[in-house]
Design a protein around this ligand. Structure first.
Ligand code: WTA
Length: 655
């Protein structure tokens, strides 16, 4: 099979930054040259300038045993100290770290001094419960300040956190707690979601109970945050209330330095097998790239910006751009507990107005769901404080990009489309605001200090104008250090394919345009082969969403007797379109539209109009399930879907 991916869609619009933005931008054009001249020296400079080390490092990169990298290995630092104490010591204790907004409308501003105090108390509590360097602590909490305090307190002790998204079930929780061998779990009675109390403690109780192979063996204590006041079951001797322990604990705790390679966290991500895949990140390199990328990509001016990354802390985006990046930079950010449309569809925009958010970082799936609702919703709020917009998690199609720019960014805020992964730890490919002329739909170029390529299956560069496999060609500071407990799987999954070249293969297809800018084409597992042409899901989806009727689209390849595979599309129609038009004949119109936009080869054989698409809890479309429907098979495992009912609805709609 050829790795060449055909390129069909042409997008030529380009937007230069305003002179004012460029003048005040943190990133500089020189950074590219500097990093290119001496990559390791560049990272060493970032690590020294951006972080405070208790023992300065003298070694930069140790790549003597690839793919197991060590960065800044003889240096020591405390990650929590870097995110908290040093800002207080610098006189910024009164600066707001978190503008917390609960879903019911309760709000609380937490300063750096207050957050530091809370983290010190919690650290003392954890010490009393026997947590020390290298111990694992599972965190299963809503998006509340205690969640961030918990991550930082664990980090402060040199222990390892494993944050598990609050929407995961007892089974997922159990397998993750078992895999990490967690000693303590921090949870809450519940959190608020969609106007209701969503209990959390019962899932922890279930997870720790006998689920067929005995009671969970490693957890000794469960700390329970009092959030909703809902009734909870209690296991004497195991369960303790946060409110009984933390306020009463001493707020004196001196942060100790740990080696740069001391593990910081495990974050589970879906793999191809049923075993949870615990991605392991360490301290010094991770914090360096988190701090650096947040500064240059989000143009973060800590003294004046109000940053808002909408990701849950259960995902890598929440780890790097809610907890570690913004706090290490000493910035002010918004932390919102609830869903975007609760209690009303304009909730996010109301928060942008209320807090004067200047930099917003969110996902294309959210942008498209706002497009579906219509621009009337955001237009009711004053969004003029926004000066920079970011996107992460999936390819953002040009139409969504343009809508984001126009409706949310008032045609002036630059957009940075940022490509990265749980495994990369921090942003790898992105425009630099104030420097790059942005192109709708392109992630553009590797950050200064990062080396990537688009290659064929032998690892040879495909050259500008061509599509292929996205690889990372040199180690980077925030790279994953392994899969928890499974070094062989780490080598096999990410390094085997281009072993002789030492490239990391990301699993994504990408294209380089004539300027060398990167366009992500989706996961290579999803690439379709139609009559020998390798077509990307992202481009056809993009063409569909380019039609005025379409809010969202997912495209899969279904086996076809004549063409090998045929394109099958599932589309959601915009509410505003349905108000003004009939849906009759729309599928045919859209088939022709795709043919006109990118060529007859890409024209879908079937188009199904559906109400929802199957998405994971982090908003990624699960094309595997749609392929089952398109090929008339029994639908496979749906347990990782955000809403498991979606697939039966779609199967019915398709029949
Ligand atoms: C996809 C999220 C296109 C990609 C930070 C990657 C993207 C996977 C982009 C990682 C983007 C992420 N454009 N695709 N800007 N950002 N992806 O681990 O397929 O949840 O491999 O990390 O999301 O998802 P993860």
């Amino acid at each position: 099979m050829s790795s060449q991916i055909d390129h069909l869609l042409n997008e030529t619009r380009q937007f230069a930054p305003s002179a004012e933005f460029a003048d005040n931008a943190i990133a500089t054009r020189e950074m590219y040259a500097e990093a290119k001249a001496d990559r390791e020296a560049f990272w060493a400079d970032q690590a020294r300038e951006l972080l405070t080390w208790s023992t300065p490092f003298t070694q930069v990169l140790d790549w003597s045993n690839p793919p197991f990298a060590k960065w800044f290995a003889d240096g020591k630092l405390n990650v929590a100290y870097n995110c908290l104490d040093r800002h207080v010591e610098a006189g910024n204790g009164d600066r707001v770290a978190l503008y917390f907004e609960g879903e019911p409308g309760d709000s609380r501003a937490v300063t750096y001094a207050e957050l530091t105090d809370e983290v010190k108390r919690l650290s003392n509590v954890l010490i009393d419960l026997g947590v020390g360097q290298g111990d694992r602590v599972a965190i299963y909490l809503p998006m509340i300040p205690e969640a961030i305090a918990s991550m930082l307190a664990v980090a402060r002790l040199g222990a390892i956190h494993s944050v598990i998204f609050g929407g995961f079930s007892a089974d997922s929780l159990r397998s993750r707690i078992d895999d990490a061998g967690a000693k303590v779990v921090i949870t809450a009675d519940g959190g608020y979601r969609k106007g209701r109390v969503s209990p959390l403690k019962p899932a922890v109780d279930q997870a720790l109970s006998d689920r067929g192979d005995g009671e969970q063996a490693t957890v000794e204590k469960v700390i329970v945050v009092n959030r909703c006041g809902n009734d909870v079951d209690w296991v004497e001797g195991r369960d303790v209330w946060w409110n009984d322990l933390v306020p009463a604990a001493s707020n004196e705790h001196v942060a100790q330095g740990f080696e740069a390679e001391n593990p910081l966290f495990i974050l589970y991500t879906s793999g191809t097998t049923g075993n949870p895949k615990g991605i392991l990140h360490t301290s010094g390199g991770y914090l360096t790239q988190a701090t650096y990328s947040n500064r240059v990509v989000h143009d973060l001016h800590p003294e004046s910006d109000v940053f808002w990354c909408t990701a849950d802390i259960g995902w890598i985006t929440g780890h790097t751009y809610v907890t570690y990046g913004p706090l290490s930079n000493g910035a002010t950010q918004v932390l919102y507990e609830g869903t975007p449309d609760s209690p009303h569809p304009g909730r996010w925009w109301e928060l942008v107005q209320k807090y004067g958010v200047t930099v917003l970082y969110t996902a294309p799936t959210a942008i498209r769901s706002f497009m579906k609702m219509g621009r009337e919703v955001p237009e009711q709020f004053d969004l003029s404080s926004l000066r920079l917009l970011g996107s992460v998690g999936e390819p953002i199609n040009p139409e969504a990009w343009m809508w984001y720019r126009h409706v949310i960014g008032g045609d002036t805020a630059p957009i940075v489309d940022t490509w990265w992964q749980t495994e990369t730890g921090a942003i790898m490919i992105s425009a630099l605001p104030g420097i790059t002329e942005t192109k709708p739909g392109s992630a553009q170029v590797a950050l200064p200090g990062i080396s990537i390529d688009v290659v064929d299956e032998k690892g040879n560069d495909v050259g500008d104008g061509n599509g292929g496999l996205l690889v990372i060609t040199e180690p980077w500071p925030s790279m994953l250090r392994g899969i928890w407990g499974d070094p062989d799987r780490f080598v096999e999954t990410y390094w085997k394919m281009f072993q002789d070249k030492g490239f990391y293969f990301a699993g994504d297809g990408a294209r380089l345009d004539d300027d060398g800018d990167v366009w992500l084409l989706g996961r290579v597992d999803d690439v379709m082969n139609v009559s020998g042409h390798r077509l990307s899901t992202a481009e056809i989806e993009s063409a569909l969403v380019g039609n005025e009727a379409v809010a969202e689209a997912a495209v899969v390849g279904a086996s076809d007797e004549t063409t090998g595979q045929a394109v099958v599309a599932f589309v959601i129609i915009k509410e505003s379109y349905l108000k003004a038009h009939k849906a009759d004949g729309l599928a045919q119109t859209l088939r022709l539209w795709v043919g006109e936009q990118i060529g007859p080869i890409a024209r879908p054989r079937d188009i199904y109009i559906v109400g929802e698409l199957p998405k994971t809890r982090s908003g990624k479309i699960m094309r595997r399930l749609l392929r089952d429907v398109a090929e008339g098979r029994e639908v496979g495992d749906t347990t990782t879907l955000a809403d498991t009912a979606v697939m039966s609805t779609i199967s019915r709609q398709v029949k």
